[in-house]
Design a protein around this ligand. Structure first.
Ligand code: SAM
Ligand code: DTB
Ligand code: SF4
Length: 332
């Protein structure tokens, strides 16, 4: 069994990331096969429960109020809208629903009470429930956990050094603090980043190092390719080469062997062969359904065809158990 380490150096990660591509893929694929059923892919579906109008200035994000994008502001969804979307996701083969809100942070108000009810409702449908609602206090994380939340998504997005170039309205430390609060509530952590923001290779390595050297590795690490959106400061960024995506995924797989590594945003621009390379390099999760939060994504049936061709199968929900009151993060 591969050793789980939390003391990776920058040099070690650089050497892995920058090695000959085929060796890197082979090494990641070997580790993947030692630690996981590599043919099993977790399917999450995203639902934007509160869209647009966000006060933050994340340079990549179409939902920031300050950028003129085509995203229209929408109020918090109703429970009925959420449960019908959850049913659609489940019918499409998803085992997890991730509900996203364009909030800077959670406030203790009626909207949060409503989100708590959404978590309860989706949890009772035998779907793993994930939320991404911005910054959280420990008490808020605990309330979500008590309602049956399984995972909380809070991405680092880029390296600590690069953070201020991408977001000025909060700090990298704010991000880490929320992740700590999520851990304290014994939820599972989903945290990753975006490539293609104009970051350097060193920034990518530094971000991966922060994730891999956390006291406990995040149970999920989403690797997103920037979806450039008209109106955002990063609208004209060139698309990242598929090789960079493969290197990120393979490196994440090698340094966090047990983590679910998600091939996240950017799949509409990738061929089946590109995606096959990412699965080979250790990706074992995707976002499925024709929409991410506000941008397009391949449809469920297209992904099922891809799974058929590649011999992959969707992972069932709560495969590692669903124990009330027991540390969920020990299950993944
Ligand atoms: N507002 C909350 C937050 O920022 O944590 C939750 C929603 S926010 C949209 C969730 C994540 O989506 C971001 O952290 C970022 O990683 C990702 N994201 C947003 N816009 C993106 C884009 N254009 N391309 C790729 N990923 C994007
Ligand atoms: C993650 O890492 N990527 C997802 C989810 N976690 C919340 C979001 C991608 C958003 C892409 C841009 C959009 O659709 O608005
Ligand atoms: Fe707001 Fe999240 Fe978008 Fe940043 S990434 S602008 S916090 S919705």
């Amino acid at each position: 069994m591969t050793e789980i380490r939390n003391n990776w150096t920058k040099e070690e990660i650089s050497e892995i990331y920058g090695g000959p591509l085929l060796d890197l893929i082979y090494r990641a694929a070997t580790i993947h096969r030692e630690n996981k059923d590599y043919s099993e892919v977790q399917i999450s579906s995203l639902l934007s429960i509160k869209t647009g109008g966000c006060p933050e200035d994340c340079a990549y994000c179409p939902q920031a109020a300050r950028y003129q994008t085509e995203v229209e502001v929408e109020a918090l969804m109703s429970i009925d809208q959420v449960t019908s979307a959850a049913q659609k996701a489940k019918d499409g083969g998803a085992s997890r629903l991730c509900m996203g809100a364009a909030w800077r942070e959670v406030r203790d108000n009626r909207d949060f009470d409503k989100v708590i009810d959404m978590v309860k409702a989706v949890n009772s449908m035998d779907l793993e429930v994930c939320c991404t609602l911005g910054m959280l206090t420990e008490t808020q994380a605990q309330r979500l956990a008590d309602a049956g939340l399984y995972a909380y998504n809070h991405n680092l997005d880029t390296s600590e050094d690069d953070y201020k170039r991408i977001i000025t309205t909060r700090t990298f430390d704010d991000r880490l603090k929320t992740i700590e609060n999520v851990r304290k509530a014994k939820l599972t952590v989903c945290s990753g980043g975006i490539i293609g923001l104009g970051e350097s290779v060193e920034d990518r390595i530094s971000m991966l190092r922060t994730l891999a050297n956390m006291p406990k590795h995040p149970e999920s690490v989403p690797v997103n390719a920037l979806v450039p959106v008209q109106g955002t400061p990063l609208a004209d960024q060139p698309r990242v080469p598929i090789w960079d995506m493969v290197r990120m995924i393979a490196t994440a797989r090698i340094i966090m062997p047990k983590t679910v590594v998600r091939l996240s945003a950017g799949r509409t621009e990738m061929s089946l062969t590109d995606q096959a390379m990412c699965f080979m390099a250790g990706a074992n999760s995707i976002f499925a359904g024709d929409k991410l939060l506000t941008t397009p994504n391949p449809a469920f049936n297209e992904d099922m065809q891809m799974f058929e061709i590649l011999g992959l199968k969707p992972r069932e929900a709560f495969k590692n158990g669903r124990l009330v009151g027991k540390e969920k993060s020990s299950l993944v």
